[in-house]
Design a protein around this ligand. Structure first.
Ligand SMILES: [Zn+2]
Length: 116
């Protein structure tokens, strides 16, 4: 269970991340508009534009998923079970929560799951 200082640090952190993600999403959405088959930009730069757009699309999807997770996490940080690993129930270090507030697992369990 977090102290009230930690909870307020964390909620400030999450709110800042949410604002940043919302800005990123607006920018990425603008950059992922369909590319018109305009011959004026030439074949190579059109390929470039398509590659860039696909990278931006990936970034946009990741930003949307993270935003949804953070929005779900924010109201949960006052729950006593927030900050405990869902798998082994160990307390997730506060430094990790500050980096990845939506963490549901401790580092050891995330590693195990990543290698399954
Ligand atoms: Zn764990």
């Amino acid at each position: 269970m977090l102290t009230s200082t930690q909870t307020s640090q964390l909620s400030a952190r999450i709110e800042a991340d949410i604002l940043q993600l919302q800005e990123d999403i607006v920018g990425l959405e603008a950059m992922t508009q369909p590319i018109s088959p305009d011959n004026a930009i030439g074949r190579l730069s059109r390929m470039d534009a398509i590659n860039t757009r696909s990278a931006n699309q990936t970034a946009l999807n990741a930003a949307k998923i993270r935003l949804a997770k953070l929005n779900q996490t924010l109201p949960r940080i006052n729950n006593p079970e927030y900050g405990e690993c869902d798998e082994c129930l160990v307390a997730i270090p506060f430094a990790r929560l500050m980096l990845v507030p939506e963490s549901q697992y401790c580092v050891a369990c995330s590693d195990k799951m990543a290698h399954l």
